[in-house]
Structure formats: C-alpha cells, structure tokens
Design a protein around this ligand. Structure first.
Ligand code: ADP
Length: 621
C-alpha cells in the first residue's frame, strides 16, 4: 500500500510537465502566428520597397516608344542607374518585341539588344499581366523574388503593352531578419519554458509538499502513531485539507484510546470475573479465554486458543457448533477432563453485529459443584428426616394397634408396650429438638453467650456429673446399667477460655455419652486436657468398638451412623456429633476423631486459647 512513488508518477512531476507543455505550446502557437505575420509583413514591405515607381515606368514607356533605339537605350540606362535600390539585384527592361533594352547589372549589359529567353517575360508581354515568383537559386544558395510587370502605353485609351520590366530582388535579407527574429523567439521561448518549468516545479512542490506530508501522516495514523501533525501552510483548500487530516488524526486517536481503554476495562472485568468466560469466532474456535475458565478447565490460554470449543468442553459427541448457535441453551458439564470432580454450568450466547450477522459465541462457565452438592445434601437430608421419623412412628403404630386390639388388658404386656411408645416419643422429641437447634444454627439465629471460664474446672465438673451418675446408678437396684471408669489426665494449669458454657457442656456430654454408649461394660474412658501455644485440646478416649476408617470422615454428618440399628436401639438420633461440630466451629474451634476399629476411638476438641494473667513464661513457642 505504501509503495514508494516513482518521480515520474508523482503529481509533482505531472503538474510541472503540464505547466511546461502548456507554456511550450503557447509559445509555439504565438511564435508560429507571430513569425508568419512578421514574415508576410516583411515580404509586403519588401515588395513595396522594390516596386518601380510609376514615374519611372512612364519614363521607360516614353523611351520604349522612342524610335531611336540607341538613344532610347542610353536614356533607359540612365533611368535604371538612377534607381538606387539595394534590395534589387537585377532590373531588365524588355520591349514589346521581347528585346532586352536595358539592364542595370553591369555583368549582364552584354545582353542588351538580344531577344529575351525567359518565357515568363514573353508570357507577361503577351498577356499583359504582372507575374511574380519566389525562386531559389542553387548557385548562390539565395532566394530571389522575381516580379515581371508589363509596361503599358499610357497615352490614349488603348492599353497596349510596350514592354515589361523584370525585377529580381534578393530575398535573403528578409529571410535573414525573419530568421534572426525566429532565433530570438525560440531562445526566448526556451528560456521562458525553462523558467516556467522551474516555476512549475516550485509551485507544484508547494502543492505537493502538503499532500506528501498528509500522505505520510495518514500512513502514520494507519500504523497507530498519532504523534505527528501536518503543517498547515495556508488557508487554501490544501490548508483546510491539512487541518482536516490533523482533526482526523486527533479523532482517530481519541476513538482508538476509547476503544483501547474499553478493551482494557473488558480485559480487567474478564480477568477478575468469578465466572469463566470463553469467546469464539463464527466457527467455534476459541479467541478469548479468561483466567477463571482456564483454571476451571485446567488448561492454559495459549494451549486452547484456536481450538474448537467443542473439544475444550468435551461436548463434541453431544453438540455441534450449529446447535450451540441455534439453541443457546444452558449445558451442564459433568465429565470434564479435569482432576477435580467438578460440575460446570455453561451458558451460551451469540455475539452479533448490529446487522444480525453472527460473529461468534460467548460461553460463561459457572462452577455449580458446590450448589449441586448442597442440593444433593438437602434432598438427602429431607429423605433422612422422613425416614428417621417414619421408623419410630411405624413401630409406635404397631404397638398401639396391638394395645388397641386387646393387649391393653394384659397387665404384663401393656406397660411394656406403653414404655416402648413413650421411649420412641421421647426419641422423636429429642430428634426434633436437635433438628431445631441445628436449623437455628444454620440460619445463624443462635448466638453464643460467651463467658470466661476455666476449662480445667468446667471439664472436671462435667466428668464429675458422669461419675455421680454412675454412683447413683449403682445405688439404684432396679436397673442394671453399663459400668465404666473415667480417668483424667489434666494439665495443672488453669485454662481460661471464652466459651458458651451450656453449649460446651452439651458437646462434651454428647461425646461422653457416645463413649459410654459404644464402650464395653467396664471400659475405661480417658479424658485429657492439654494446651498448645494457642489452643486448648480436650480429648476423650474410649475402649469401644471404634469406627471403620472409611466412615470416619462421615460421622459428623447429619443422621450418619455407622451401625444404624444399634445406634437407634441405643436411643441415638444421629445428630449429636453434627450439633457438636457446629457448636465447636461457632467457637472457631475444631472437632475430629481418631479411631482404630475394635480398639477404641479418641474424640478431640480444640478451642482457640490466648493466655491470660501472669506467670506463663514457659509458653514461648
Ligand atoms: P448417635 O446418636 O447415633 O450416637 P452421633 O452423631 O452422636 O449419633 O454419632 C454418630 C455415629 O458415630 C454413631 O451412630 C456411631 O456410629 C458413631 N460413633 C460416635 N461416637 C462413637 C464412639 N465413641 N465409638 C464408636 N462409634 C462412635
């Protein structure tokens, strides 16, 4: 596009050439007319100049009519000698008979008295009409003007030809002067053309320089360089054009900047979007992919740019680009080629020109893994709750039916049946209370009533209650309960921690109850309290059946029980640990379990701890 212009192709040259040619042609025409006119004028002048005056003619006629030829010839000679005209090189006087009667050229005097040989003269004598001729003499390379004029007898009415006068005049002077004028003219024309050419070059360069500058500036604009300015030389059309180019440059720069900043803004938005964005061309080849999309698909932008979106999203088997363009549906992507088991929601929309022409697709990827998980959990939870409530209700119904059908009359069975229904009702109430407190915690309605307590003392207090329960049970002879021993391994230090006392008691109670529940009779339950540099850890170890490894990660889930029948038989709701976990997490603590199947389990509760008071120099970690 930006090809270098050859000088002969440039406007600069063309204008100069046209100028010079115009000048040259003008000079040619003017010169030709002028020289032609000059020549004819000179010739006319010359002819007038060499014309023999009438009185001379009359004198000659008189002499030709003279009978005395010799005398007349002398007279004629005198007359001819008197004609002092430099232009005339030869004058001959011929009488009506064609005899040469006078001659002014000394060299030709011998011809006097001889018959004329020139047929033109005899023709004139015969016809009585003037004859003129321009002839070229090869001998002396001169052009001559020849005029043969008949001489008429003036007396009387009869115009008889008495002779003729032959005049030969050298035309070279006339031509020489015309030629010298022509030379002057041509020289002047050439000089003028030269000056004209120089002027034309100057003028055209004045025109083409701004054009050239504008050409360069527009080329710079095309390259994206807006720094230059076209120099405005004047207020003429070119000046206005230069001004327009400068304005255009400024406009384009503004527009470019606006587009650029818009693009940067878009890039920034794309880069910081929490959703993945992929843009493709018409054919579905990826042109833009943002950081999030790369992360979600575990690819790099350079690696997928130019590849088909169908391959990158692994949906080639289900969809074609045409289908994506036409339907613009949402697609759930589940089997992506990625390490994480994630579920993405892909939303497709078209990029269209104002005319409606489709230029590509935009795909927004949204990670719905968590949402799907929550949805699944929610469904699971509803099914669990229904199931948990149905079981006790079914068993209660069968007992009530049995009672209804007459068992109430049996004093042995009736109390036992009623006891079972009461237990089931209690369990349902417990479960519903647990569910309510969990739901309150989920909704964030539960607020901790924090107070600074000495955890050492609180833990002891809870365990004392369990010891007392054991004593009370052993005194109570009506019912045989499980036997256990609680061992304590506590730090001596007072550990002041900000907790909601009631809730912590509830958690420890729950874990202790589980420990007892799942321990063999007479088992030892070891309780420890220790501190790390910023945590206090309570642990409760039992010698029970333990928890299988693969179940460990689930036991804090709602309604999760390793052995459902056994747990239910023990009156468990399957919600205790879930509540405990919520409570501890509300305290910004952590609860976890360590267990070996068949040997026992250890539950740990860790709470954040900051040291209060003085004298704790050993805590330097
Ligand atoms: P549950 O009311 O059934 O005890 P939890 O939420 O308190 O409900 O406990 C969930 C499950 O974790 C129990 O069903 C049981 O299978 C298991 N589990 C809890 N504590 C222990 C323990 N100390 N030893 C063995 N398994 C336990």
């Amino acid at each position: 596009m930006n090809k270098k212009l050859h000088f002969f192709q440039s406007i600069h040259f063309k204008i100069a050439l046209v100028f010079a040619l115009l000048l040259f042609i003008t000079f040619q025409i003017v010169g030709a007319v002028f020289i032609q006119r000059l020549k004819s004028e000179n010739l006319k002048q010359f002819k007038q100049n060499i014309e023999i005056p009438a009185y001379v003619n009359n004198m000659l006629v008189t002499q030709l009519n003279e009978a005395d030829t010799a005398k007349a010839n002398d007279k004629i000679k005198t007359i001819l000698d008197d004609i002092n005209n430099n232009n005339i090189s030869d004058i001959q006087v011929v009488d009506a008979k064609g005899v040469i009667r006078g001659e002014n050229n000394v060299n030709n005097r011998s011809m006097i008295g001889q018959k004329v040989t020139n047929t033109n003269i005899t023709q004139v004598l015969y016809s009585g009409r003037t004859f003129t001729q321009t002839m070229y003499n090869e001998r002396d390379n001169h052009r001559y003007y020849i005029s043969i004029t008949p001489l008429f007898n003036a007396s009387g009415n009869n115009n008889t030809v008495v002779g003729a006068i032959y005049v030969r005049a050298n035309l070279e002077n006339v031509y020489d002067s015309v030629n010298s004028v022509t030379v002057i003219f041509i020289t002047a024309a050439l000089i003028a053309t030269g000056i004209g050419l120089a002027l034309a070059i100057f003028v055209s360069s004045a025109i083409t320089r701004p054009i050239d500058e504008m050409k360069k500036q527009t080329a710079r604009i095309a390259r994206g360089d807006y720094s230059g300015q076209v120099h405005v030389y004047g207020q003429d059309e070119l000046g206005q054009l230069a001004q327009a180019v400068n304005n255009l440059s400024a406009r384009v720069e503004e527009a470019q900047e606006a587009t650029e900043s818009e693009r940067r803004r878009l890039d920034l938005i794309l880069a910081h979007m929490s959703d993945g964005v992929i843009a493709t061309d018409r054919g579905g080849k990826i042109t833009i992919i943002n950081e999030m999309a790369c992360e979600a698909l575990e690819v790099s932008a350079t690696e997928v740019t130019g590849r088909s979106i169908l391959d990158v999203l692994n949906i080639r088997d289900q969809y074609s680009i045409r289908e994506l363009l036409e339907s613009q549906d949402e697609i759930i992507l589940e089997d992506l080629d990625t390490m994480r088991d994630q579920i993405l929601n892909a939303n497709f929309s078209l990029i269209q020109r104002r005319s409606g022409f489709i230029i590509g697709i935009v795909c927004v990827l949204h990670d719905i893994t968590e949402q799907q998980k929550i949805d699944r959990e929610r469904r699971q939870f509803v099914s669990n709750v229904s199931h948990e409530l149905r079981t006790p209700l079914t068993s209660m119904r069968s007992y009530i039916e049995a009672l209804n059908e007459g068992a109430w009359q049996d004093p042995e069975i009736a109390p036992a049946f009623l006891k079972v229904t009461q237990e089931e009702t209690d369990r349902m109430i417990r479960m519903i209370n647990d569910l309510l407190s969990l739901s309150r915690m989920d909704l964030g309605k539960v607020e901790l009533e924090l107070e600074l307590v000495n955890l050492n003392e609180l833990f002891n207090y809870i365990l004392d209650r369990f010891d007392m329960m054991l004593e009370k049970d052993s005194n109570d002879t009506r019912e045989v309960t499980k036997n256990y021993t609680i061992k304590r391994d506590f730090t001596d230090k007072d550990l002041w921690v900000e907790v909601d006392t009631d809730k912590i008691i509830q958690v420890v109670d729950n874990i202790m109850n589980n420990a007892i529940k799942y321990s063999p009779d007479g088992g030892v339950i070891t309780c420890r309290l220790l501190e790390t540099h910023n945590h206090v850890i309570m642990s409760i170890t039992d010698q029970g059946l333990g928890i299988p490894k693969k179940e460990i990660s689930h036991i804090f889930e709602r309604f999760y029980r390793v052995d459902k029948a056994r747990s239910r038989a023990q009156g468990g709701t399957g919600l205790g640990l879930a509540i405990s976990k919520e409570v501890i997490e509300m305290h910004r603590g952590r609860i976890w379990v360590d267990s070996t199947e068949g040997k026992g389990s250890t539950f740990y509760i860790s709470l954040p701890y900051e040291e209060y008071g003085e004298g704790d120099l050993w805590d330097e970690e």
